[in-house]
Design a protein around this ligand. Structure first.
Ligand code: ADP
Length: 291
């Protein structure tokens, strides 16, 4: 476990400990994240996803076990500033994270609080706006932005602090499909291009399908860690956890069961269309423009 960038060792968390309404939210969680990895965390409502996310930048501290971030134990108060700089959190509602009168002032807020010299702040703001695709909106008041743009602003604010890891707790839950795609593309670009470690909590299976690894939580326990294709080939496990596979993966699985030569790696609509084209394209009676 020592080699992991993020190491979660036997983590247990209990709300209202020793009081009425005591609730074990996480129980015996063991997992590791390598630097630069993209992990999706899924699970039914109340399975412990947000509680786990809040342990990754020490907003919550383990009742038992421990969480190590880049070698720093979250239980030690002297590690807090370094951990909070390393792991940035993005929440569901971007409105709660906006503090300033313009986009660029909002992004500058964090670095200003670090007391950095103005020329360094300007460089960080430029880089963060560019990475989040907001350069052209830098002088706009945040309340004029769309939901997706506001969430990209929250991401830019996080990036201005130069974190190694983004933990995103259902960042697309309040957005329309266009906004969701905008955010997902931004996060993917940051993970693939800038090598930022990405931990994405999501209720959308199509988003989880894009990750290198998926963690499935069920009633506070981690019941699956592995590749999305491996998970989505196990509908019984998903059903037991109150989840459903992404529609393209489920359609492919059923077609495969009916004898269609489709590969088990199909997770997205693009994958499915490509494979159907390959199979059906051989049929001379089929109009190529149909799919
Ligand atoms: P998820 O993010 O998967 O919906 P949560 O981590 O929010 O799950 O919650 C895990 C469990 O802990 C749930 O049963 C939830 O009701 C409970 N819980 C969450 N927050 C609190 C709290 N502040 N006080 C008491 N119980 C809580």
């Amino acid at each position: 476990m020592d080699d992991y960038y993020i190491a979660i060792d036997n983590l247990r968390y209990v709300y209202n400990r020793g009081e009425p309404g005591e609730k074990v939210a996480l129980d015996g969680i063991n997992a590791g994240v390598a630097r630069g990895e993209f992990i999706a965390v899924i699970g039914a409502n109340g399975s412990g996803k947000s509680t786990l996310a809040r342990h990754l930048n020490a907003l919550l501290l383990p009742v038992a076990g421990c969480v190590m971030i880049n070698g720093l134990d979250t239980r030690r108060p002297e590690n807090l500033p370094a951990i909070r700089r390393e792991v940035a959190m993005i929440f569901q509602n971007p409105d709660n994270q906006i503090v300033a009168a313009t986009v660029e002032e909002d992004v500058a807020f964090g670095p200003e609080n670090l007391g950095l010299p103005p020329e360094l702040i300007a460089g960080r703001v430029d880089a963060a706006l560019k990475a989040a695709g907001l350069e052209r909106l830098r002088t706009v008041p945040p309340h004029f932005l769309s939901g997706g743009q506001k969430q990209r602003l929250a991401i830019a604010c996080a990036l201005a602090m130069q974190p190694g890891c983004l933990v995103c707790d259902e960042p697309t839950a309040m957005l329309d499909p266009a906004g969701r795609e905008e955010i997902l593309n931004t996060l993917l670009r940051l993970n693939r291009g800038e090598k930022i470690t990405l931990i994405l909590i999501t209720q959308f299976m199509e988003e989880a399908a894009l990750a290198a690894k998926v963690w499935v939580l069920d009633k506070g326990r981690l019941v699956f860690l592995g590749a999305p294709a491996e998970l989505f080939a196990r509908p019984e496990l998903l059903t037991a956890c109150g989840l459903e596979p992404p529609a393209p993966a489920e359609l492919a699985r059923r077609l495969r069961a009916a004898g269609w030569p489709l590969s088990p790696e199909i997770l997205t609509l693009d994958d499915l269309v490509a494979q159907l084209r390959r199979i059906l394209g051989r049929n001379p009676f089929l109009n190529q423009n149909m799919i």
